[in-house]
Design a protein around this ligand. Sequence first.
Ligand code: HEM
Length: 505
Amino acid sequence: MDTMSLFFLGIVFLVTIKIVSTWWGNRGNPPGPSALPFIGHLHLISSTFARDLANLAQRYGPVIFLRFGARPVVVVSTPAAVEECFSKNDVPLANRPQLLAGKCLGDNYNNLGWAPHGPHWRSLRRFVNTDLFSVNRLNFYAALREPEVNVFVKDLYRRALGGQREVKLRKEFIDVISNCLLAMLIGKRYYGADLDGSEEARQFRQNIEDFNHFILTPALGDFLPLFRGIDSIWLARKMKAFAKRRDSFMQKVIEERRRNMQEKGSEAKTKCVLDALLINQSTDPDFYSDKNLRGILDALISAGVDTVLNSLEWSLALLIKNPDVLDKVSEEIDTNVGLDRMIQESDVPKLPTLNNVINESLRMYPPAPLAIPHEAAEDCVIGGYRVRKGTMIMVNIYAIHMDPKLWEDPASFKPERFNAAEDVKGGLKWLAFGHGRRSCPGANLALRELAMVLGNLIHCFEWSAVGGHEKLDMNMNPGFFLARDRPLVAAFEPRQAMIDVLSQL
Ligand code: HEM
């Protein structure tokens, strides 16, 4: 045989080996669209990703297999598949993928959102569940959040008195939600025009902007190992420098609070979450180290603002688009709260229509439409298919919330479908906060904040769409976070019946 024939024979042999090994490696995988060489399905990631995946689920079924570069991915899109993942396989699927952002911005996978399932993560969750998000603690911290909502309403009223009739609410929502969270967590406020000249506030706001920038910057090395070297030279260095700046900022906040507690001695009272953390530090200094304190605060601050703010924008836009529902909510508040005061958190359970609106808005526009990815710690079976250890698991919440087999007329705004909210939310068809042991710990806080801000906006002002409610656009950007395509701009006026309350704020 001549050299040329040997060469071609060699090529045919290698190609055959490759085809057989790919087939062998993929056997038992869930179905899915064919992958491109090298990048797999990375080309599918776009600003309409959640919607595109919902379309793929129509074609390939509730459990789909994709490959993001070298990383195997399984996407589940029905309540039954979610049940299998996070009830039956809850522990094996309770890990997070180890992405560059978790290493550089999540304290080397140590903070709450990134930590692998295990004793460290369990201790973090225990702290937030009992000392922060339990009903008692949320009630206790309500006194810190309520004044922030008043400041927000007062500012809008002041603007209306100054002749302003239209408002782009995104920045205002960032201010109020951030201040509510910061008041609870560290006893500080960094947002609002009155703080524009503060260097401390400027640094904090910059840190948040930098974080949001880095978390949305794709690290190619997470999916294509060839690029890991480039990521570590460029992106990882920038992320680590930012994390250092953020750490030194938060350390100063911790020192200040510690000094404050030491000066007060036995007189010191727990005012915010950081106080509770510092008290725990004296009895368990290893777990409640300053490093872990910074991690807990950073994890909550980074997860607790954008989700709520996007949901506020959608909820108010839906109400403006549906003036009859807006009137109904307003009447309900007048009847149950009265016209002589603002809504307080203790009023919220008495306002079922308002709560229905929030649930329906979270159904139609879930702020985290693909939840946060999980990772399989061991081989398991989902929907009869084999899912290998190391596979990234994504839940398409958006697809489930928009499935006509689960929801009648899913594209229509019908808050009354939540009249028996607990029954409707059961059965894993309403998943705005995820499901299982890694589901959102901040869900109850988020629901309270949404009701307080939205409820008081409706109670104190008349709202309408600039140019008529039919024209209000509801275009969305359903990528990893479901935001409005364009920020909401609304026309507003103080309610005459509430002028006395507003002028006393
Ligand atoms: C409307 C508002 C919110 C929505 C829709 C939302 C949704 C979610 C979802 C879908 C997950 C992932 C669940 C999973 O992995 O299966 C999550 C995780 C998380 N959320 Fe939220 N969230 C909201 C507000 C908040 C708030 C206010 C906080 C805290 C202040 C918070 C803190 C967290 C944390 C720390 C995690 C990670 C938990 C872990 O990995 O153990 N979220 N959230």
